[in-house]
Design a protein around this ligand. Structure first.
Ligand code: 4NP
Length: 157
């Protein structure tokens, strides 16, 4: 059985595609990629079909991480499909929980703030870097790497 992880942000062009790529990168390093399905989605649909923001791609490439996914919007079927649905900020978390309630099933245990797995910081949200300067993208990657390492430790246990 593969572990299926979906990362969710607002636009699916900055934070969640970066989270997807960071997890895939770590899994490749650990030779665990065949044990997982990894994807990302946005709560909004404005950027559907687009590549990730070029500033996010460039910041990730400096770390050897390739962001290749195309934006898509979260679908109701994702709640059945994935084992972990991990949101970037409190607003995403509320939106995703509200969406899951449309299905009338108890999906709450799958839906978590990604930063709840972080070990090196008390920051609880991955800030949206879209309207900020380039250092915001590096900060996002630092937060994602911390939380995704914690996520892998959690899954291993
Ligand atoms: P993301 O960032 O949620 O990390 O993909 C955003 C990208 C675009 C917009 C908002 C957030 N936007 O409003 O277009």
């Amino acid at each position: 059985m593969k572990t299926k992880v979906l990362f969710v942000c607002l636009g699916n062009i900055c934070r969640s595609p970066a989270a997807e790529a960071v997890l895939v990168h770590f899994l490749n390093l650990k030779k665990l990629e065949n044990n997982f399905v990894v994807d990302s989605a946005g709560t909004g649909g404005w950027h559907v079909g687009r590549n990730a923001d070029e500033r996010m791609q460039a910041a990730a490439l400096k770390r050897g991480i390739h962001i290749t996914s195309k934006a898509r919007q979260i679908a109701l079927s994702d709640f059945d499909e994935f084992d972990f649905i991990l949101t970037m900020d409190d607003s995403n978390l509320a939106d995703v929980k509200a969406l899951s309630q449309e299905l009338g099933k108890p999906f709450k245990s799958k839906i978590k703030a990604l930063m709840s797995f972080a070990n090196k910081t008390d920051i609880t949200e991955v800030p949206d870097p879209y309207y900020g300067g380039s250092s915001g993208f590096d900060e996002v990657l630092d937060l994602l790497e911390d939380a995704i390492n914690g996520l892998l430790d959690h899954i291993k246990d």
